[in-house]
Design a protein around this ligand. Structure first.
Ligand code: SDX
Length: 440
C-alpha cells in the first residue's frame, strides 16, 4: 500500500502513504491543498494524525499501551516513576548510574524559589489547584528565563519535574491552612511528595510503603498517552517555539476539562451523588442514555480504546488491594464496580463501545491515599508531566518541525457592505446587563 487515490470533481489525484512500525497506515496529505485546492475536514481530529512519534503506542481495539515499546503491564509492575520519566524523555531504560544521576538532579532542584511562596497567599482560597498548578508552572519561566540552548532546555526539564510536585503539595498545604513542608534529600520522588503532602511539623511522618507503591503506580499509568487533548495542546503551543514552561502550563489547562483529566474528580462526585441518592443505579444509567439529560457516565468511554483501557484494569485491581491493605471499606468502589457491571450488559454502552477509562477507578485510589477530590486532576498532571515533556522535546527536535496552523471551512456571511450606526436596527433583543459583584 504505497499510494492512495482521490477523485475530486472528476480529476484523479494520488497521495503517498506512511506506514508505522506497528503497521498503522496514514495517507500523507501534506500536498493536498496545493494539488487539489481542497482541504481535509475532521472536527475533533478523530481520523487525523498530527505527527509521527516514537514515544507511546496504543492499540484501541486490543487494549495495548506501550511506552517506548515496553508493555504498560510490565512497566507498572517493575519500574519506578522516575525511571519511566527517564525512559519517555530520553528513549531508553536508564542504567542504574543514569537513574541515580537523574534522581539526584530531581532532588537537587525540588525546592521552589522562596519568592514563589508569596503567590500562594495571593490566590483566593477557593482557587482550584489546577489553576494554581498552571499559573505556577507558567511563572517558572520568570525565574528561569533562559530557554534557548540544549543545556537550558535539559535543565528546565529537570526543574519542571522536580518543582511540580513541590508546587502541588504546597498548594494542598495552603488549601488546608497548614505550613509548607519542604522536600527532603533523603526521600525518593514519590516519598517526597507524600511527605510534603501529609507531614506536619509537630510530629515525624513516615511514608507508608503501601501508599508509596500506589502513588508510583498511579503516576506511571498516567505518564503518557500519545496525542490526547492536553498533549496535542502542548505540541501546538510548543510549535510556536514558546518555552517549555509556557507549553506545559497550557497542557495543564487542557487536562483540567471534565471530558479529559478533570473526569477523575467528576467520577467521584458522580459516585457520591449516586450513593446519596440511595444507589439508584438504573436512574443514572437511564440519564446517561438520554442525551437531553446532559448527564454522562464520567470515567466511561474513550476516543481510542474500544474494548478496554488497560490502565483501568490495573487501577481496579490496585484500588481493591490498597483498600484491603489499609483496611478501608469504601462504598464508592462497590458502586463503581456495580455501574461497570450494568454498563457492560447495557446495549447503549455495548453498541457505543463505552468501557471504564483511566479516570473511572483512579479517584478511589486517590481517596484511599487521603488526597482531596479537588487534587485528583493535579495528580493526573504530575503523572502526565514526563509524557508532555517527551512529546514537546520530540516535536522541538524535529528538523522538519513547523508551527501548527490548521485550516477551516468558512460558513459565515459572504461579502456585504458596512452599515453606518444610524442605519442599524436591533436584530436580537439585548438582555439588560446584570453586573454581579465578584464574591471571592
Ligand atoms: C482521558 O485521549 C486520551 O488518551 C485521554 C486520556 C489520556 O490518558 O490522556 O485517556 C484521559 O481524558 C480519559 C477520558 C475521560 N473523560 C471522561 O470519562 C468523560 C466521559 N467520557 C465522554 O465524554 C467521552 O467518552 C470521551 C470524551 C472520553 C470520548 O469522546 P468521543 O470520542 O468524542 O466520543 P463521543 O462523545 O462522540 O461519544 C460517542 C457516543 C455518543 O453517543 P451517540 O451520539 O453515538 O448517540 O457515545 C456516547 C456519546 O453520547 N458517550 C457517552 C459517554 N461517552 C460517550 N454516553 C454516556 N456516557 C459517557 N461517558
Amino acid at each position: 500500500m504505497t499510494t492512495a487515490k482521490l477523485i475530486l470533481d472528476g480529476k484523479e489525484y494520488e497521495f503517498p502513504t506512511v506506514v508505522g512500525t506497528e503497521n498503522e497506515v496514514g495517507v500523507d496529505f501534506t500536498k493536498l491543498r496545493p494539488t487539489t485546492g481542497a482541504i481535509s475536514v475532521d472536527p475533533g481530529y478523530g481520523n487525523t494524525g498530527s505527527c509521527a512519534s516514537s514515544i507511546t503506542f496504543i492499540d484501541g481495539e486490543k487494549g495495548i499501551l506501550r511506552y517506548r515499546g515496553y508493555p504498560i503491564e510490565e512497566i507498572a509492575e517493575e519500574a519506578s516513576f522516575t525511571e519511566v520519566c527517564f525512559l519517555l524523555i530520553y528513549g531508553h531504560l536508564p542504567t542504574q548510574r543514569e537513574l541515580d544521576t537523574f534522581n539526584e538532579k530531581l532532588t537537587y532542584h525540588s525546592m521552589i524559589h522562596e519568592a514563589m511562596k508569596q503567590f500562594f497567599d495571593d490566590f483566593p482560597v477557593t482557587a482550584h489547584p489546577m489553576m494554581v498548578l498552571s499559573a505556577m508552572i507558567a511563572s517558572l519561566s520568570a525565574f528561569y528565563p533562559r530557554a534557548t540552548t540544549d543545556e537550558d532546555r535539559e535543565l528546565n526539564i529537570i526543574r519542571l519535574i522536580a518543582k511540580a510536585s513541590t508546587i502541588a503539595a504546597f498548594s494542598y498545604k495552603k488549601s488546608v491552612g497548614q505550613p509548607f513542608i519542604y522536600p527532603r534529600n533523603d526521600l525518593t520522588y514519590t516519598e517526597n511528595f507524600l511527605h510534603m503532602m501529609f507531614a506536619i511539623p509537630a510530629e515525624p511522618y513516615v511514608v507508608p510503603p503501601v501508599l508509596n507503591k500506589a502513588l508510583n503506580l498511579l503516576l506511571i499509568l498516567h505518564a503518557d498517552h500519545e496525542q490526547n487533548c492536553s498533549t496535542s495542546t502542548v505540541r501546538m503551543v510548543g510549535s510556536s517555539q514558546a518555552n517549555l514552561f509556557a507549553s506545559i502550563s497550557a497542557g495543564v489547562m487542557a487536562l483540567w476539562g471534565p471530558l479529559h483529566g478533570g473526569a477523575n474528580q467528576k467520577v467521584i462526585e458522580m459516585l457520591q451523588k449516586i450513593r446519596e441518592d440511595g444507589g439508584d443505579y438504573q436512574k443514572y444509567m437511564d440519564m446517561a442514555k438520554d442525551k437531553k439529560s446532559g448527564f454522562k457516565l464520567m470515567g466511561f468511554g474513550h476516543r481510542v480504546y474500544k474494548n478496554f483501557d488497560p490502565r483501568a484494569t490495573l487501577l481496579k485491581e490496585a484500588a481493591a488491594d490498597v483498600l484491603a491493605g489499609l483496611g478501608i471499606d469504601d462504598p464508592l468502589l462497590e458502586i463503581a464496580k456495580k455501574l461497570e457491571d450494568i454498563a457492560l450488559e447495557d446495549q447503549f454502552f455495548v453498541e457505543r463501545k463505552l468501557y471504564p477509562n483511566v479516570d473511572f477507578y483512579s479517584g478511589i485510589l486517590y481517596r484511599a491515599m487521603g488526597i482531596p477530590t479537588e487534587m485528583f486532576t493535579v495528580m493526573f498532571a504530575l503523572g502526565r508531566l514526563p509524557g508532555w515533556i517527551s512529546q514537546w522535546k520530540e516535536m522541538r527536535e524535529d528538523p522538519k518541525g513547523r508551527i501548527s496552523r490548521p485550516r477551516q471551512i468558512y460558513t459565515g456571511e459572504t461579502k456585504r457592505p458596512y452599515v453606518p450606526m444610524k442605519d442599524r436596527k436591533a436584530t436580537v433583543a439585548t438582555p439588560e446587563e446584570k453586573l454581579e459583584p465578584v464574591t471571592v
